[in-house]
Design a protein. Structure first.
Length: 80
């Protein structure tokens, strides 16, 4: 893979109409291998999760003019 990568998280808090997107930040190389570690956060107020809201998200990586998605085989990842 190329050295420069653009990683983002696309999320939707069910019950809210507007989906969101946030850029992930490069954190560090993984020590045991040649993988990079990226960090991201969700701007969701914790009290919303107390009301049975479900946060669905997918990760996108753009590298060397290609785009890759990690979305749990089309089902999205989720936090409840």
């Amino acid at each position: 893979m190329a050295l420069e990568k653009q990683v983002a998280v696309h999320y939707n808090l069910l019950g809210l109409v507007q989906p969101g997107r946030g850029e992930a930040r490069w954190h560090s190389p993984w020590r045991r291998g040649h993988l990079d570690v990226f960090a991201f956060g969700f701007p969701v107020l914790p009290f919303l999760l107390q009301f049975s809201f479900h946060l669905h998200f997918a990760l996108r990586c753009r590298v060397a003019s290609a785009e890759y998605w990690d979305n749990h085989l089309g089902g999205d990842c989720s936090l409840t």
